[in-house]
Structures are given as C-alpha cells and as structure tokens.
Design a protein around this ligand. Structure first.
Ligand code: APR
Ligand code: PHB
Length: 384
C-alpha cells in the first residue's frame, strides 16, 4: 500500500490535516487506535479562536459550526466578590471566539472525510513508524503503508514522538500541583459569557455547549478521582466558588459527564525528525486555562499543509525544513499565555499570604488597565 502522507491519529489535528490535503489533491491515510464512537464522544475543550473558525469554514466543514456554535464577544473574570468583563468588541475589535465542542469538530471532520471517500481507519492498535530518515513507512496489523511523509498527530501519549531516536528532541515540561474536574450538565448556562473565577477555595470555570447544556470545571488536587466527587459535592463546590457576587445564582441540573484532566505544560523541540512531522498534542500540551490546545493543533496543521503542498507541487522541501521553527513561535506565545492565566487564577498550596495579595493586585491591574486587559483579550482571541 502506498500514500503520500501517512497520518497517525484521528483527533482534530490528524483529521483536519487529511481533509486540507485532500482539498489540494494530496492523498493520505489516517490510522486511529480508538473506535469512531470513542473519538466522537471524547469530551474535550470548546473554545475556537477566530482563525480556527475561519480555517474550518474555508475548508467547507463549518456549516454546523456556524449554525450551532455560540459566538462570544467577551469573558468575565470573577474574584474578591466582583465581576469584571473583558470586552473583546472594545479591546480587540472585529475579533472574537466561538464556543463549539471539540468532539463536534471531530464529528464534522470525520463526516467530511468519509463523504469524500477518505481513508480513515479506526481501531488500529499497533501502528509503528519506520525508516524516518528516508523512505518512511508505517506498519500495522501485518500491513505496510509506504509514504513520502509521516504526520504524527497522535496526541501526547502517541507512538510517533517516542519513535524519534533518543537525544534528538529537547523537552520542556511543567506539571501543575492540581488538576481540573470537568463536567457537562443538562441545564441552561447561568451566564451568557464564560466566567473564570478565582477564589480562596480554588479556581472554577463556567462554560457551556448549547442553550441547554453547561460545562464546568473545578480546580481539584492532582490525584483526585471522579469517585470522590458525587454530584452534590460538585454543585456545592461550584456554588461556593461561583455564587460570590450579588445577584448571581447557579442553576443546577443532571450531570451526564465527569472527568479529571491533569494540568501540564509540555513542548518537544524540534517538532520534526527526518520525514516525520509532529502536530498538535503530539508536540505540545498547554494547561487548559487559556483555551489554546485545539487552536494550536489547527495552527500547526495549517503550516504543515502549506509546506506539504509546496513539497508535492514543486519538490522543494524549504517550508518543510522550517516547519518546526514556523510553529514554535506561536506555541511558545500560547505556553506563556496559558501559564499566565493559570498562575493568575488558581490557588497554589505553596503560596503564602504575600503571594495571594500579589495575585489579587495583578487581577486588579488586568481589570482596570486597558493596556493589560488588551493583552489578555488579544491572546485569548488568538494571534492572526
Ligand atoms: N495509534 C493511532 N492513534 C493513536 C495512537 C496510536 N498509537 N495514540 C493515540 N492515538 C490517537 C488518539 O486516540 C486520538 O484520537 O491520536 C489522536 C490524538 O488526538 P488528540 O489527543 O485529540 O490530539 P490533537 O489531534 O493534537 O488535538 C489537539 O487540543 O484541546 C486540546 O488536548 C486537546 O485533543 C485536543 C488537542
Ligand atoms: C470548555 O468550554 O471546555 C473550556 C472553556 C474555556 C477554557 C477551557 C475549556 O479555558
């Protein structure tokens, strides 16, 4: 078997890459370890930058996103008994974000690939990448897939990054001393905009998925398990962290999804080796406070698509050679922003009273200085 680009992983990165390549007449095969039902149900993030929305719409996979996605012109920061709005329409005019679940993006991309006759194979559990320096190929289930290029889009726990020889990659990482407990609940959002709340009990986030489904996150200890968080405890804690301003009541409802996500930052450099190119979570992870993970994956894929198009059209590998360098500027900006948002809003056991005052002072600055608020808004909606 032969294809131009062998893609490992059918998350947003792998599926979007396969679709964009198809639009340019470049063939690919996507190999995914999990079942289609599993990847379509896996609940992840939900904030799409303008650039991400534009990419999906231009690629012809944005119809449902435009219909069902929730456009947002601002977010709320809540702390110390006050609400402050970060107004995108004033601070970064013409730029905004859209709330649309990542698994909906995945469903739309799978549907588009299958409709176009794309080769996406699920439940392939033994993919291995070989001969990365020249004439690469993938093996799985006794088959061999020869490719010109391999795209490692298999997330943080995938096989592509570990198939790079030892000593090539430089790894940067930080584990945070807490995790996020995330839930979905059948209840109308209690707020029109996302609420990022900093309290002495820890961070809470009020997000949403639709007019009838709300999404919430709670900062919890790093080793927390969902069993320790029965529904009543979750609602009590969300109320304690969100009902902190006059006139705000949190509506509750049936919780139908619960999960704990560790908080970590990770970057592997360079994002390429020989004919293997890493994209998305396979190369980098950010803590979710800045809502950048999915958007970074889409940005990588845009760069990789241009580079591959040039390579197959002209034989020139110049854009492929500079792929990692082109992506890493945005990756590090997002790393810094995600670290900054995380530090601003979470409680750290290591923090003393002085540290907590510094955090509140910084929040006051961000919510009172237009320059500081613009910095937040510009990074949140995403760099062009
Ligand atoms: N073989 C084949 N597929 C694999 C393998 C493997 N050995 N290991 C992992 N995969 C698959 C996973 O099952 C998953 O479907 O690769 C896919 C990777 O998808 P994601 O983890 O979603 O990563 P990515 O596509 O880079 O998406 C970016 O943004 O919001 C963040 O972390 C969030 O997933 C999100 C990411
Ligand atoms: C989400 O809706 O899942 C979400 C929103 C904002 C974040 C992270 C996740 O910062």
């Amino acid at each position: 078997m032969r294809t131009q680009v062998g893609i490992i992983g059918a998350g947003p990165a792998g599926l979007l890459l396969s679709h964009l390549l198809h639009l340019r007449g470049i063939s690919s095969v996507v190999l995914e370890r999990r079942s289609r039902a599993y990847v379509e149900r896996r609940v992840r993030a939900g904030v799409l930058e303008q650039g991400t929305v534009d990419t999906l719409v231009e690629a012809g996979v944005g119809a449902r996103l435009l219909r069902e996605g929730l456009p947002h012109q601002g977010i709320e920061l809540r702390y110390d008994g006050q609400s402050h709005r970060v107004a995108f329409e004033k601070l970064v005019p013409g730029r905004s974000i859209t709330v649309y679940g990542q698994q909906e993006v995945v469903k739309d991309l799978i549907a588009a690939r299958l409709e176009a006759g794309g080769d996406v194979r699920f439940e392939i559990e033994d993919v291995a990448a070989h001969s990365l320096e020249a004439e690469p190929y993938l093996t799985f289930g006794g088959e061999r897939l020869d490719c010109d290029v391999i795209a490692g889009c298999d997330g943080f726990h995938g096989v592509s990054r570990p198939s790079i020889p030892p000593g090539v990659l430089q790894v940067f990482e930080r584990e945070y001393p807490f995790a996020w407990l995330g839930i979905l609940a059948r209840v109308a959002p209690s707020s029109e905009e996302l609420i990022y709340a900093r309290t002495e009990r820890g961070f809470a986030l009020h997000s949403m998925r639709s007019p009838t489904v709300s999404r919430f996150y709670l900062q919890v200890p790093p080793d927390a398990g969902v069993d320790e968080w029965p529904d009543e405890r979750i609602w009590a804690e969300l109320k304690a962290r969100l009902e902190t301003v006059p006139g705000f009541t949190l509506e509750t409802g049936e919780i139908f999804e619960k999960g704990v996500t560790p908080m970590r930052a990770f970057v592997a450099e360079p994002m390429q080796y020989g004919r293997l190119y890493l994209a998305g979570d396979a190369a980098h992870i950010v803590p979710p406070t800045g809502a950048k993970g999915l958007n970074l994956a889409v940005a990588d894929v845009r760069v990789l698509t241009e580079a591959l198009d040039r390579f197959f059209a002209t034989g020139s590998a110049d854009l492929l050679d500079s792929y990692s360098e082109s992506c890493l500027k945005r990756v590090w900006r997002a790393q810094h922003f995600s670290w900054w948002m995380t530090t601003l809003l979470h409680t750290f056991d290591s923090d003393d009273a002085y540290g907590r005052r510094l955090q509140l002072s910084y929040l006051d600055y961000v919510t009172s200085s237009e320059a500081a608020a613009t910095t937040l808004a510009e990074n949140y909606v995403g760099l062009p």
